[in-house]
Design a binder for this molecule. Sequence first.
Ligand SMILES: Nc1ncnc2c1ncn2[C@@H]1O[C@H](COP(=O)(O)OP(=O)(O)OP(=O)(O)O)[C@@H](O)[C@H]1O
Ligand SMILES: [Mg+2]
Length: 437
Amino acid sequence: MSEQILLVEDDSGVRTTIATCLELEGFNVEAVSSTRDALERLNANGYPLVISDIYIDDRTGLDVLAEAKRRNPSCAVILMTARGTMETVMAATRNGAFDYLAEPFELDTLIESVRRAINSRSGEDEDAESEELPESEMIGSSAAMVDIYKTVSRVAPTDATVLIEGETGTGKELIARMIHRFSMRSVHPFVPVDCGSIPPALLESELFGAVRGAFTGADRDRIGVFEAANRGTVFLDEIGDIDGAFQLRLLRFLQEREIRPVGSPREKKVDVRVVAATNRDVRKLVDDNRFREDLWFRLSVVRLTVPPLRERRSDIPPLTHFFLNKYNGRYNRNVKVTESGVRALRDFTWPGNVRQLQHLVERLTILTPQDRIDAEAVEDAISAMDSHEGGGETLAETEADQIRRVLAATGGNKSRAAQILGIERKTLYRKLERMKL
Ligand SMILES: Nc1ncnc2c1ncn2[C@@H]1O[C@H](COP(=O)(O)OP(=O)(O)OP(=O)(O)O)[C@@H](O)[C@H]1O
Ligand SMILES: [Mg+2]
């Protein structure tokens, strides 16, 4: 039987040309001209292959892509556009598009892409399902995330030092990896260093290396991260935690791009790009004289601020489906989330951000008895789950805490508090009831 293809294209001339051409090749094409029709069809029918224009109407081919993947994760989606930019290419690949065609393209190119998509599905379906999705996949198309993708696509190919700021679990490391992946350095190493967890005394030798005998225990030469990552990217995580002496060392390095291993008389040139991240407010550390301003300038040639999840709630449903799909695969489950379940997840404040959502979905995937996650299941899981990030507090406590603080700040004004918390007023009332406030 021939494969059913959904074609989404608002330009009737292009639509007819492509549909006719594919039908002549023996494919079975269903063509629609709006995203609304496309989403409706997708909802009713999991297509194996979707071809969509990107700029269609008030929604885009990226929405079509998301829905197609949600409905059928192994669906191959080919996106095309005449107004392609690096951003759209990245958004497309990041969200799992199979191919991306910049118009004008030859119809042969499209047919070839369609054939490849179909072959990859029939030949490698099993592999594709058992294979872990690469950790570098970034989900989310909120305005804030799109801004981040744009910046990433602009700065990735340059050697600019980047400082990524954001609360814990917002995806800073993932973004750093993306910057590396979309740079010329991608074939070279990406080396993360958690500056917060390495004792200050060891940080220097860890990064710059040390020669034999430089200090007690240094019984051989030790290559530092900057040298090991030569031509690649070094990701300095928790940069706000480094002490004054090391701040100075790092500043020198960023100026000279030279390393001198501990105990060595000689400097060596290395070629690495530095991406740093912090969940602390470095500007404030600078103001308090706890972080060198000159280093801060050097690090933040480009600054990226990742907003907390509660400030981009539209990312919660796609992230939920993404993680659900991942853990259903991993734990061999077939758990679904109901609309009320998605709403409950959307309404939570997520102090631990995406990581917390990920853990919660993982837990729910394993524990949900009826293969259905509804609002009640979500709320139970939230109350039951200990926040590993929140210093032993439960998520419910952390959230309750946040609600109390906002209510105090608004003088008890619940509408205002709901607005600040980014939830509906009736959701706040429900939460207050649960908190017995
Ligand atoms: N947009 C996203 N799409 C998919 N997964 C995400 C996204 N953002 C974060 N994650 C996942 O959430 C988890 C936490 O992300 P990451 O480690 O990048 O956060 P972080 O900001 O570095 O946190 P921390 O400050 O605690 O180190 C990871 O498993 C990551 O893969
Ligand atoms: Mg991190």
